[in-house]
Design a protein around this ligand. Structure first.
Ligand SMILES: Cc1ncc(COP(=O)(O)O)c(C=O)c1O
Length: 424
């Protein structure tokens, strides 16, 4: 007897849902395991943006740190953050505060920011949005915001009619959404009895777009100077973007917005920094509140010590400037991909709407189509040859799609480029 049958109506319902996904070609499956170290496909998919997960220097620093006698040779963290000796976690938090916060006095009401570790960025977002916005407050989300923010907001005390979305990165749409709030809600915001939260990511991974943080910040300062806040998820910018002298600290720092109305910033360790976990930088009051009420912090085992040490080692590389050349190479590869793709598409006479590129890379603004996308992530470990192979594959695909010709037999291409074409 099959499992679906054994599970009766539950089995039928679950099976029907999966079959529906299958029919729409959106059924998710775990990737096939491949032997580590023998990976022959080029990495255009992972979030290991700086390719640190295989970086020998990071490995060496990690191994050296983990054997230092002062670490106490502890492996697991042994319990919830509220119960265990916090020496490793506390040390990382204090260090993160120093790394991410601009030195010198703050301008905006002189509010300091402290760091609080979470086991993942997902947990941190769920914790923040579930706990911080209160009944009567308004939360407006960019329509492309991460699923974890949605989960948090949905579980929060904020009333349904006070949860809104605005069109991705559109200030016009944000203004429209604010304008369309009911008079009662606007009155609460104007009198300061409620607060307004705008939830954005500094860099969106699906389309590679950058949030107009400065413009949102100015708008909020104009409309509700005392009680509107910007909450910025820097998951994809961490380790890559940052001001001179503090590379990798994110877009908020790069744009000099650290001391404006950015009430909270999230930096995750699972992408460019090759670890896992996250740090939320926010005010001491909010941090205390989260320590008291955030279920994803209270009711879970804290980050294991090797994880904390790995993140420290990754930050060593960042602070010592070792990751500078990696992120510079990555950004150069990204420009190379864009210009090469544009040139090759033009040469092949392929209509521009077949392949969309992030608008901030384009001289003219292109509206991205809303159908499914193939996401390409570049990494510091990629080469210009990898990018050229990717572009060849993309152009061939576009040609087929445009119905202009069948893909040419490129028998002289290398195995690596054939593999990358398959991935596309
Ligand atoms: C924008 C954004 N925020 C948060 C997360 C969750 O971070 P983590 O992987 O550390 O749970 C992700 C991960 O995909 C993300 O892309």
């Amino acid at each position: 007897m099959g499992e679906t049958h054994q599970l009766g109506s539950l089995g039928s319902k679950l099976h029907a849902a999966l079959a529906s996904r299958e029919a729409r070609s959106i059924r998710r499956r775990l990737p096939e395991p491949t032997v580590l170290g023998k990976q022959s496909l080029i990495d255009f998919t992972s979030n290991d943006y700086l390719s640190l997960s295989t970086n020998p220097l990071l490995r060496a620093r990690f191994l050296q740190k983990i054997t230092e006698p002062e670490r106490g040779q502890v492996l697991g963290s042994t319990g919830s953050r509220l119960l265990v000796n916090p020496v490793a976690h506390d040390r990382l938090e204090r260090r993160m505060e120093a790394v991410f916060t601009r030195p010198g006095p703050r301008k905006h009401d002189d509010m300091p920011q402290v760091g609080l570790l979470f086991n993942s960025g997902f947990d941190a977002n769920v914790a923040f949005y579930t706990c911080i916005p209160q009944s009567g407050d308004v939360v407006i989300l960019d329509e492309y915001i991460h699923a974890s923010v949605w989960d948090g907001v949905r579980a929060s005390r904020v009333e349904q009619d006070c949860i809104k979305t605005f069109e991705h990165n559109s200030i016009e749409s944000l203004c429209f959404v604010i304008d369309s709030l009911s008079n009662t809600v606007v009155e609460r915001l104007q009198t300061g009895t409620s607060s307004l939260f705008i939830a954005v990511e500094s860099l969106y991974s699906m389309d590679g777009t950058l949030s107009p943080l400065r413009e949102i910040n100015s708008l909020l300062s104009k409309l509700f100077p005392k009680n509107s806040y910007l909450i910025v998820d820097e998951a994809h910018a961490t380790g890559i973007y940052g001001p001179p002298g503090r590379p990798g600290c994110g877009r908020v720092s790069q744009l000099g917005l650290d001391d404006c109305r950015v009430l909270a910033r999230l930096h995750t360790f699972g992408k460019a920094l090759a670890g896992s976990g996250a740090i939320l930088l926010t005010t001491p009051l909010l941090t205390s509140y989260l320590i008291n009420y955030a279920r994803p912090l209270i009711y879970t085992t804290a980050l294991a010590h090797p994880n904390v040490i790995l993140v420290e080692a990754a930050f060593d590389l960042m602070v010592d400037g070792e990751t500078d050349k990696l992120s510079t190479h990555l950004l150069a590869l990204s420009s190379y991909l864009i210009s090469l793709l544009q040139t090759r598409l033009n040469e092949a006479g392929i209509p521009p709407e077949i392949i969309s590129l992030p608008p901030h890379f384009l001289p003219i603004s292109t509206t991205l189509p809303s159908f499914d996308r193939v996401r390409v992530c570049l990494h510091s470990g990629n080469t210009r040859e990898d990018v050229e192979a990717l572009v060849s594959g993309a152009v061939e695909w576009a040609r087929t799609w445009a119905g202009e010709s069948k893909p040419k037999d490129s028998g002289r291409e290398t195995t690596r480029s054939q593999q990358s074409r398959t991935r596309l």
